[in-house]
Design a binder for this molecule. Structure first.
Ligand code: ACO
Ligand code: OAA
Length: 480
């Protein structure tokens, strides 16, 4: 279907409901209430406990990626090696039980809105339905217009440029519109007020991602022709889906999805982007954003840098590596996918000194609960996935690969991480441009690091600058 033929009525269903809420949420007011106490807590810790030891730094960690060093402050999430991620103390299932979903739908199986998660991360409190809906409206309103120069730049990027490079460029270009950067340059900003302008920019970063994502995807697949419409009356994830051409009412519906499939795809997007928002502070994308922001880089530049970090194959790009891996393995296996053939395939890979993508983790030592959540999405839709051999292999692999990796004896965590399931589900519905998958990750990951950046400025945290040791000092320390 061409975009011009999309019936207008199908786009306006939610207008009256969403228009009732204000286009500015009360997030800033909620933060203002929290700030005095939080600043006092931080001051007390600084004054009374600055000399308290958190742990010891070993030579092993110094040359081993700082593994195990507890050396960052991160407010929104924390990662337990056994239980996985907690968002303001809540695990994924608890978040699914309490966070508000799309206010315009009465389907209890709908996933919560990532906007609800953003409110939880920012404030530490579960939003009311109204607060979540208002924040969703604010993001939709803010995201409706990208700066002209950004659109021009995006439209002129080569079709075959890495999608994550396109995203990083788009975000970096928006630094021109940073309110924080402008105020700072004017010299009119006091330290206590940094956070307000950082919040403004941070929300703008998050809000702009659906349109940036749509521009990148249409550049890759349709010579820049729009695939769907941005709808100010829809939630953030819905708009991503529409701009990818993956909804029935207001996009070209590139893959002729049924109503049910399109609804499921939107819920997959909400689920995925809702649980990838943050993974405490030390992961590459979050840490990079925090580091660049610590030099008072504005949120656009900081998150553009975070996106560059997410593009590495050991981090966010692993999702596409997994899809490639599953497709390739499937092409070599007999139709019944016998266990022995899968094991042989894995051993060949390991013996050629390559990693099994989607397995292992720097902190986790059990199966990633985000992986389980993605698997639950599949299990709730047996008809949809019953003929998908890649999804079947993904499930089978999660039982076989851990045993092989344990026998191989190197990997500290032989269990599946979230990337072993995520990409292949988007692939199932038709997102087949593998390098693009990490852009969707990049939409989600904005929420945690942007939240932390706001709190970094609220607390007035300093520039990050660890001490390094050169080889002579290291040898002297080691008596070598
Ligand atoms: C959203 C995310 O970022 S989740 C992670 C996504 N990344 C992947 O799935 C890529 C595959 N996994 C890996 O490369 C790693 O497990 C990482 C990067 C995630 C973690 O790295 P580390 O903390 O260094 O892992 P660990 O301490 O277990 O590594 C020990 C050894 O096991 C190897 N190893 C770790 N995971 C794997 C794996 N999946 N397959 C094969 N070997 C592995 C490491 O390469 C290392 O080998 P070396 O001693 O020869 O250098
Ligand atoms: O925690 C990490 O290092 C990697 C990860 O799973 C994430 O960032 O989501």
């Amino acid at each position: 279907m061409s975009l011009s033929k999309v019936p207008a009525a199908s786009r306006g269903i939610h207008v009256s409901v969403r228009r009732q809420s204000s286009l500015r949420s009360d997030l800033k007011a909620a933060l203002k209430e929290l700030i005095p106490q939080k600043r006092q807590d931080m001051l007390k810790i600084k004054q009374k406990c600055s000399d308290m030891k958190v742990g010891d730094i070993t030579v092993g960690s110094l040359i081993g990626g700082m593994r195990g060093n507890c050396s960052m402050f991160w407010q929104g999430t924390s990662l337990d090696s056994q239980e996985g991620i907690r968002f303001q103390g809540k695990n994924i299932k608890e978040c699914q039980a309490c966070l508000p979903s799309d206010p315009t739908s009465c389907d209890p199986s709908d996933n919560f809105l990532p906007e609800s998660m953003l409110w939880l991360l920012m404030t530490g409190n579960v939003p009311t339905k109204q607060q979540a809906s208002n924040l969703s409206s604010e993001l939709a309103y803010r995201g409706a217009h990208l700066p002209d120069y950004t659109i021009k730049i995006m439209r002129n990027l080569p079709q075959d440029m890495h999608p994550m490079t396109q995203l990083a460029i788009g975000l970096a270009s928006m630094n021109k519109s940073s309110r924080f950067a402008r105020k700072y340059e004017q010299g009119s900003l006091g330290k206590n007020d940094y956070w307000e302008y950082t919040l403004d920019d941070a929300l703008q970063v998050i809000a702009s991602l659906p349109k940036l994502t749509g521009l990148i995807y249409s550049n890759i697949v349709s010579n820049g022709e729009p695939l769907g419409q941005y709808n100010e009356n829809r939630d953030w994830s819905y708009n991503i889906c529409s701009l990818l051409g993956m909804t029935t009412g207001d996009s070209i519906n590139r893959h002729d999805l049924t109503e049910q499939q399109a609804k499921d795809f939107v819920n997959l997007m909400r689920l995925y982007t809702g649980i990838h928002v943050d993974h405490e502070g030390g992961n590459v994308s979050a840490h990079t954003t925090h580091l660049v922001g610590s030099a008072l880089g504005d949120p656009f530049l900081s998150y553009s840098s975070g996106i560059m970090g997410l593009a590495g194959p050991l981090h966010g790009l692993a999702a596409q590596e997994v899809v490639k891996f599953l497709i390739e393995m499937n092409s070599k296996l007999s139709p019944e996918m016998p266990k022995s053939e899968i094991e042989d395939y894995l051993w060949k890979l390991l013996n050629s000194k390559r990693v099994v993508p989607g397995y292992g983790h720097a902190v986790l030592r059990k199966a990633d609960p985000r992986f389980t959540a993605m698997l639950d999405f599949v299990k709730a839709r047996p008809e949809e996935f019953k003929t998908d051999r890649n999804v079947a292999l993904m499930q089978k692999l999660s039982e076989i690969a851990p045993k092989v990796l344990i026998e191989h004896g190197k990997t500290k965590n032989p269990y599946p991480n979230v990337d072993s399931a995520s990409g292949i589900l988007f692939y199932h519905y038709g997102i087949k441009e593998l390098l693009f998958l990490t852009v969707i990750f990049g939409c989600s990951r904005s929420m945690g690091p942007m939240t932390q950046l706001v709190w970094d400025r609220i607390y007035g945290l300093p520039i990050e600058r660890p001490k390094s040791l050169d080889m002579d000092s290291l040898k002297a320390l080691c008596h070598l």
